[in-house]
Design a protein around this ligand. Sequence first.
Ligand SMILES: [Zn+2]
Ligand SMILES: [Zn+2]
Ligand SMILES: [Zn+2]
Length: 150
Amino acid sequence: MESEARLEETLGLVRGRGFRITTARRAVLQALVLGGSHMTAEDLAAMVQKSHPDIHLSTIYRTLESMEEIDIVDHVHLGHGRAVYHLTTDTHQHLVCEVCGSVLETPSRTFEQLAIDLRSAYGFELRTHHFAVLGRCKICSTGATPPANP
Ligand SMILES: [Zn+2]
Ligand SMILES: [Zn+2]
Ligand SMILES: [Zn+2]
């Protein structure tokens, strides 16, 4: 029910921006709502194709592109260029561990001060959401054994 409401809200935003709800758009947005926020285009395609085997990866890419143009969807690069997709109603920052690959989500305002400093010193507009920050998570930096995957 929660995700159903989330999907309807998102479809409402798309219509509000003058876009039709095609089968592919609905399926991709539904996959984004249900699948959580760190899905690559391939992950989304695999999920969509369970119910719509006729929707090809190229259509998924085109759909994501058009949804990015109207600011419904956004992508972020986690680690070495791997782009994952988010609904723009779900924004946060990403800290990625270079050792174990874990992703820590932090609030959007995490790099606010850095953005302010870069703007005043260099006139540079930091797009804080576009890239993850790489480093070592608490477990890897302290040398403790990471918990086994459940
Ligand atoms: Zn995220
Ligand atoms: Zn990008
Ligand atoms: Zn780690």
